[in-house]
Write a protein that binds this ligand. Structure first.
Ligand code: NAP
Length: 258
C-alpha cells in the first residue's frame, strides 16, 4: 500500500532504539525524511546510519534529552514538520509509596508536558500547510492500571485527555492526533523489566521472559516493526478521518468488550 507520504518530513522523538526507532524506520521506508533522537549520541548515530542504508531516506540525528526545551527546538527546526511522533523513555517501575514528589514531576514532565509542548510548537504550522499527523506513543497503562506503573498511567492519561480536545480543533485542516498504546513489546525496556523481575523473584531471566510472553492470548511479545507499521498508517495520507483515537496494540491482553 502506498501510504501517500513520500517526501513528507517526520520528527520521531526518542527513536534511537525500540518502538521509536521502529516508527522512524517505517516512516523512512514510506519515503519520509526523518529526524531521529536519543540521549546517547553513539547509539543514535549507529541507528541513523542503519536507517539511511536500509531505506535510502534522509535521516538527521539530533542527540539530546527531549524533555529539554532547547533539544526540542533543535528537533523541530530541521524542516517544516509534517509528521510528529512523540515519545520518551517510560518512568522506572516503582511502588506508588516510594515515588517522591520530584519523581512524579519528572514523569509528568516527560510523559505529558513534553509531548504537549511539541504539539503546541507544530500545530499552527501544520494547520497553515493543510496537513499534519501527530502520533503519541503512550501505553496500555492508560486503559488499565498496572502495578508499579502508576506514574505512567497517570501522566499519560493526562496527555490523552488534554489532546483529545485539541485533536477536534485541528482535524478540519487535515491535521490529526492519535495515540498508540503498546502492551508488551520486545524492546530494551522490556528486557530491563524482565531483568528486574528476575532479580526480585530469584527466577531466571529466561523463565520470567517465557512467563511474560505466554501470559497474554497472543502468547508472544509484540514486534517493534508491527508497531512501526501502525504508526506509519496513522501518519499516512489515508488516515485523515481518524483523530483523537487510542489504538491499543497488546495482542488481546486487555479484555474489555469495548
Ligand atoms: N516496550 C514495551 O513493552 C512498552 C509497553 C508499554 C509502554 N511502553 C512505552 O513506550 C515508550 C518506548 O518504549 P521502548 O520499549 O521503545 O523503550 P526503549 O527500548 O527503552 O527505548 C527508548 C528509546 O528512547 C530514548 N529515550 C529515552 N528517554 C529519552 C529522552 N528523555 N530524550 C530522548 N530520548 C530518550 C532511548 O535512547 P537513550 O536512552 O539513548 O536516550 C531509546 O532510543 C516508553 O515510554 C515506554 O514506557 C513500552
Amino acid at each position: 500500500m502506498d501510504l501517500g507520504i513520500a517526501g513528507r518530513h517526520a520528527v520521531v522523538c526518542a527513536s534511537s532504539r525500540g518502538l521509536g526507532r521502529a516508527c522512524a524506520e517505517a516512516l523512512a521506508r514510506a519515503g519520509c525524511s526523518v529526524v531521529v533522537n536519543g540521549r546517547d549520541g553513539d547509539v543514535l548515530e549507529t541507528t541513523a546510519a542503519a536507517i539511511r542504508s536500509d531505506t535510502g531516506a534522509t535521516v538527521t540525528a539530533i542527540a539530546g534529552d527531549v524533555t529539554e526545551p532547547a533539544v526540542r527546538e533543535r528537533l523541530l527546526k530541521v524542516a517544516d514538520v509534517d509528521i510528529l511522533v512523540t515519545n520518551a523513555g517510560g518512568p522506572p517501575l516503582a511502588d506508588f509509596r516510594d515515588l517522591s514528589a520530584e519523581a512524579i514531576r519528572a514523569g509528568v514532565e516527560a510523559q505529558m508536558v513534553t509531548p504537549i509542548a511539541l504539539v503546541q510548537a507544530v500545530a499552527d504550522g501544520m494547520v497553515g500547510r493543510g496537513f499534519g499527523r501527530i502520533v503519541n506513543i503512550t501505553s496500555a497503562s492508560v486503559l488499565t492500571g498496572i502495578e508499579k506503573l502508576d506514574l505512567s498511567s497517570g501522566a499519560r492519561a493526562g496527555l490523552t485527555a488534554f489532546l483529545s480536545g485539541v485533536a477536534r480543533q485541528l482535524v478540519s485542516a487535515d491535521v490529526t492526533i492519535n495515540n498508540l498504546l503498546p502492551g508488551n513489546f520486545d524492546t530494551d525496556r522490556q528486557d530491563s523489566i524482565i531483568e528486574k523481575a528476575a532479580s526480585a523473584s530469584g527466577r531466571t531471566i529466561e523463565d520470567v521472559r517465557k512467563a511474560r510472553e505466554k501470559a497474554g492470548p497472543a502468547k508472544r511479545f509484540g514486534r517493534p516493526e508491527e508497531f512501526g507499521a501502525a504508526c506509519a498508517f496513522l501518519a499516512s495520507a489515508h488516515a485523515g478521518f481518524i483523530t483523537g483515537q487510542n489504538l491499543l496494540m497488546d495482542g488481546g491482553a486487555f479484555t474489555a468488550n469495548f
